[in-house]
Design a protein around this ligand. Structure first.
Ligand SMILES: Nc1nc2c(ncn2[C@@H]2O[C@H](COP(=O)(O)OP(=O)(O)OP(=O)(O)O)[C@@H](O)[C@H]2O)c(=O)[nH]1
Ligand SMILES: [Mg+2]
Length: 459
């Protein structure tokens, strides 16, 4: 832990609102001297004499020059986000004024904050644990109901509590076994091996559930990867544009227009879908197009859902059904979509309409797109996205859970081989280590630097 608290006594300052013109800009300063530093440049009241959680109107002055009329809010530690003294200065929303005020505060004794430094201080001062701190970042980035809900749950500690409970139970066993070791030669067993096995089995199960929740967590955070595939000219790019309501991809009547994949997100019913338009599938002599086709095939394998487009003008029923059969064999959820109903032969439309597996649309004319969106949501099969349960959304947590599981498996193997207590204790300590890293009970400078550098400055 050496070095972590380095510089924690100085006061840090940064713009807390986005850079740019707005109604107001908020500058945040945190640290032991936060209030006295602001007090030196604030005219209106003596801030050192004001109560916590109060707001004060006045001016910020650089010598005789008035920089702005501001509203200053005081939070005295530990009743603040960082648990230190915090002052928030609301200036008029000009980047120029904000910069001037920040420069002035730096000359008066503050230091410019590093990325994530406010949140890091909040963590170091025990405001929340590491998983909760990471959830703060997720929550700011959340752009759908589901991702927002998952981040809120994590921030409020649901996930952390679950991990901490597991850890505590294991710690109990680890200390019992280590106590046995103290007795050296004597053949004592404080830790009942059957109980230990039961606990480890139970832990493995809970961790398994958490590990499995990552797929859903990933979907919630990054969107459901949904690949639009089909032959060239089927209308894939037209469909992507129609879904997004934007001319994102180039559309043309030349087969083989799209080479690289093009993707964008769309919120359907509170869930983010990541739609990926791909190169049309066909045998081709064109080297670049062939690379595109290869990428399409790779993307289809990674997809959570494939929207497979048929061209109702070009394709006949036999080809369509053969193609659907192939898709079924791939085992990835898909929707069979007949496109260009505006031009299609009526007999073909009637045949396909009778088949509930097909959605018939016109991407160009925007026909049946709402129906298609409903089917996409239904097919993605996310249930009602039960985000109230504990869901792992963070890859770092996922990795640690995985390593914990491996260490627990080692404990089980050790138990069935009747290994000595010192080996058991080692494997238990190993799993405790990985669990502790999730919530920050065990940290290193590298780990913290890595996590908080991903935050933006001012957070
Ligand atoms: N009539 C009609 N034409 C459509 C429809 N959808 C797409 N098209 C036309 O079909 C042609 C091909 O459309 P694209 O969206 O470029 O097809 P694509 O599947 O992306 O083709 P590649 O990128 O070459 O694989 C264009 O001329 C579109 O205007 C539709 O619903 N009705
Ligand atoms: Mg295309």
């Amino acid at each position: 832990m050496a070095g972590i608290h380095q510089g924690i006594d100085d006061s840090i300052v940064a713009l807390a609102t986005p850079n740019g013109v707005g109604a107001i800009a908020v500058i945040r300063i945190s640290g032991l001297d936060a209030i006295s530093i602001v007090n030196k440049v604030f005219k209106g009241k003596d801030l050192s004499k004001q109560a916590t959680h109060t707001a004060h109107f006045g001016t910020i002055r650089d010598g005789a020059q008035v920089l702005d009329e501001v509203l200053v809010t005081i939070f005295k530690g530990p009743k603040s986000f960082t648990k230190e003294n915090v002052v928030e200065i609301s200036t008029h929303g000009s980047p120029y004024i904000a910069r001037k005020v920040i420069q002035l505060l730096i000359r008066t004794g503050a230091r410019h904050a590093l990325p994530g430094e406010f949140t890091k201080r909040a963590f170091l001062n025990g405001q929340f644990d590491l998983a909760q701190a990471e959830a703060v970042a997720d929550m700011i980035l959340a752009d759908s109901d589901a991702s927002h809900q998952a981040a809120i749950n994590q921030m409020r500690g649901g996930f952390s509590n679950e991990i901490s409970e597991l850890r505590e139970k294991l710690i109990h066993f680890a200390s019992m076994i280590e106590l046995e070791l103290d007795f050296g030669e004597e053949d004592v067993e404080f830790a009942d091996r059957d109980d230990l096995k039961q606990l480890v089995d139970a832990l493995k199960k809970v961790i398994g559930v958490l590990i499995n929740s990552f797929d859903l967590g990933n979907v919630i955070k990054n969107g459901v990867p949904t690949v639009i595939a089909g032959k060239p000219n089927a209308g894939k790019s037209t469909l992507l544009n129609a879904l997004l309501n934007e001319e994102k991809a180039i559309v043309s009547d030349i087969a083989g227009t799209t080479r690289d994949f093009i993707e964008d997100e769309l919120n359907l019913g509170g869930v983010i879908f990541r739609f990926i338009d791909t190169a049309g599938l066909r045998e081709t002599q064109d080297t670049i197009e062939a690379m595109g086709v290869e990428r399409t095939q790779a993307k289809m394998k990674e997809a959570a859902l494939i929207l497979y487009l048929f061209d109702l003008v070009e394709d006949n029923i036999t080809d369509i059904l053969r193609e659907v059969n192939k898709l079924e064999n791939q085992g990835i959820p898909f929707l069979a979509i007949g496109n260009k109903i505006d031009l299609a032969d009526e007999a073909l439309v009637t045949q396909l309409e009778a088949n509930a597996a097909f959605v018939l649309i016109s991407a160009k004319k925007g026909l049946n797109l709402e129906l298609l969106k409903d089917k996409v949501l239904e097919k993605a099969n996310l249930g009602d996205l039960n985000t109230s349960g504990t869901i792992v959304t963070n890859i770092r947590h996922y990795e640690n859970l995985f390593k914990t599981k491996e260490a627990l498996e080692a404990v089980l193997i050790g138990l069935s081989n009747n290994v000595t207590g010192d080996f058991l204790a080692m494997d238990i300590r190993q799993s405790l280590h990985y669990l502790g890293e999730i919530t920050g009970e065990i940290t290193t400078d590298d780990l913290l630097a890595n996590i908080f550098s991903k935050f933006c400055i001012g957070k």
